[in-house]
Design a protein around this ligand. Structure first.
Ligand code: ADP
Ligand code: ZN
Length: 217
């Protein structure tokens, strides 16, 4: 069963790989970052709670995030596999997921971790532009849309994420190394951890990830 966690620091290319993985394997894409951004743009109580935290680059409190994922992962469309993107991000979240998985018969089977050095992450994030409508990512130099400032997939105007600035990125990276990187050892111990080098083309990386997932289908 393709019950997958996609891990990696901000700017590693998780979003790009996530889109390709869910298209190829027909499983739902569960991105906690996208869920929070959606809640913010809708002005829901969750969005109001999370807005300032996310914009400064901090993590939303575990109880909120865990509750959100519990609810989403229990939906019927996750019965045939799922791709978790951006969750878990702390050991506490990983432990909550470890309890929840068997409880709802959706235990995590594979962890795909993409690693990229800091200087490259900073370069990628500072040039990143995103489509607020469909979630597609672009880069002002490396991955330009066909028409400047317009999404290739849906025609919406592209924006820069509020947390894609130098100060917030610094906090996101610090949090990543302190809180999220320990998950590598956590999942290695479970025997389901797979590391990938993210410094290559999106196509080349996807080929490698695809081979791993195909073998586990
Ligand atoms: P990134 O590009 O940093 O990987 P995401 O789009 O995954 O960003 O998440 C954006 C922000 O949403 C995070 O910086 C954090 O504030 C919040 N967030 C997303 N997932 C989680 C999580 N699992 N736990 C806590 N906060 C989260
Ligand atoms: Zn779009």
């Amino acid at each position: 069963m393709l019950n997958i966690i996609l891990m990696g620091p901000p700017g590693a290319g998780k979003g790009t790989q996530a889109t390709r993985i869910v298209d190829a394997f027909h499983i739902p894409h569960i991105s906690t970052g996208d869920m929070f951004r959606e809640a913010i743009s809708q002005g829901t109580p969750l969005g109001l709670q999370a807005k300032a935290i996310i914009e400064r680059g901090d993590l939303v409190p575990d109880d909120i995030t865990i509750g959100l994922v519990k609810e989403r992962l229990s939906q019927p469309d996750c019965a045939g596999g799922y791709l978790l993107d951006g969750f878990p991000r702390t050991i506490h979240q990983a432990e909550a997921l470890k309890d929840l998985g068997p409880e709802i018969d959706r235990e995590v089977a594979l962890v795909v971790d993409i690693s990229v050095p800091d200087e490259e992450l900073v370069r990628r994030i500072s040039g990143r532009r995103v489509c607020p409508k469909c979630g597609a990512s672009y880069h002002v130099q490396d991955m330009k849309p066909a028409k400047d400032g317009v999404c290739d997939r849906c025609g919406s105007p592209l924006v820069q994420r509020k947390d894609d600035n130098e100060a917030s990125l610094k906090i996101r990276l610090e949090n990543y190394y302190k809180q999220t990187a320990p998950l590598q050892a956590f999942y290695a111990k479970e025997g389901i951890y797979h590391a990938f080098n993210g410094v290559c083309s999106a196509d080349a990386l996807f080929d490698e990830i695809h081979s791993l997932l195909e073998a586990h289908q």
